[in-house]
Design a protein around this ligand. Structure first.
Ligand code: TXA
Ligand code: MG
Length: 327
């Protein structure tokens, strides 16, 4: 199959026709690119698992373009959903609800709950509105780093999809928060840009499973995700990062520091991929940096962020990338 990349604004109609014909189309969102199929078409959804090499037991998020569409996807919708929706939808959050009958079980990996998300990206919503509610995982090969540009998608899925809608770089850069509202206490299964603190303000009580998730209620959490192809570590301090770098270099390796530019002067002439200045810059740029680094270097040393909120969310991904290896 030949994979075409078109400017997202120009490709909406073409993409919508492909979706209605049961094909896969990649579309941009504010978090990462999604690999979409008609959520109500079982055969189409099966193609997602094949294209990505995704395990069958890992459920997909259904993307909608208006809050009302949730009625087609879920049932027994709790009041807490509408509280969350009013504040954060559209936005970078997916909410787990009881599955509606119209959704084929391949979408939810056989489970009786379904994750629903309304993206903030207007182009994503326009695409969904013109096609169908879309079952979509991140548009990377299973276990690889999530894509934040159309080129990242092409590098992973060339030949596997007919069309990639190019909407430029994703603004948030890490995947949506996953919030489970089917449990007694609302539970964050995956932290994201809608932070645990922000949710606690609206819902009162929110549980957070923490960095090390032992019991995988969110099936995806048990898989290695976001992993670069080369040795990757998180540095708890800049001193440690530089020591690790110099050790790798002295052994004949080719290391790189993935840091915010505020440390530029201390890094001197060592290889650096600059993540920007703020936590938001860090999140937006981290996946691009890791894809770039794995091609050019043989050890990746990443800056650790120590705070709460978005810093906590982004470190959830970074620790996984490094297989929890700290220096
Ligand atoms: O930002 C995002 O969420 C992106 C864009 C494309 O929207 N999508 C994304 O999808 O990251 P994916 O499939 O790569 O990650 C979805 C996560 C997985 O960890 C999956 O196990 C979990 O959400 N999930 C999906 N449905 C679930 C459900 N019913 N119950 C619990 N976890 C669920
Ligand atoms: Mg993914």
């Amino acid at each position: 199959m030949k994979t075409e990349i078109i400017d997202a604004k120009l490709g909406i109609e073409k993409g919508a026709t492909l979706i209605k014909n049961g094909e896969l189309v990649v579309f941009p969102t504010e978090t990462v690119y999604g690999l979409g199929a008609d959520a109500f078409n079982e055969e189409a959804v099966k193609k997602i698992f094949i294209a990505k090499g995704r395990p069958q037991d890992n459920p997909l998020i259904v993307h909608i373009s208006s809050v009302e569409q949730v009625m087609d996807i879920a049932r027994d919708i709790p009041d807490t959903f509408y509280k969350v929706a009013e504040k954060f939808m559209p936005g970078p959050i997916s909410v787990v609800l009881k599955k509606g009958d119209k959704v084929p079980s391949v979408v939810t990996a056989g489970g009786d709950t379904v994750a629903v998300r309304m993206p903030l990206s207007p182009i994503a919503r326009e695409f969904i509105a013109h096609s169908r509610p879309l079952a979509a995982p991140s548009a990377n090969k299973s276990k690889h780093i999530s894509p934040t540009t159309a080129q990242h998608v092409y590098d992973d899925l060339n030949g596997e999809v007919a069309l990639i809608l190019d909407g430029g770089s994703c603004m948030v850069g890490i995947e949506s928060t996953v919030l489970d509202l089917t449990t007694d206490t609302p539970t964050v299964l995956r932290p994201g840009a809608v932070t645990v603190e922000m949710l606690a303000e609206v819902l009162g009580e929110v549980e957070e499973k923490g960095k090390v998730i032992k019991i995988a209620k969110s099936p995806g959490m048990k898989y290695t995700h976001y992993a670069p192809k080369v040795h990757t570590v998180v540095a708890v301090s800049l001193e440690n990062a530089i020591a690790e770098y110099d050790k790798c270099k002295s052994e004949g390796g080719k290391p790189v520091l993935v840091y915010r530019g505020i440390y530029g002067d201390k890094i001197e002439d060592r290889n650096l991929i600059d993540l920007g200045r703020t936590t938001e810059d860090y999140a937006r740029n981290i996946y691009s940096a890791l894809r770039d680094a794995e091609e050019k270097y043989d050890e990746i040393i990443i800056e650790e962020l120590h705070g709460k909120g978005m810093e906590f969310s982004v470190m959830n991904r970074v620790y996984k990338s490094a297989g929890n290896k700290l220096v």
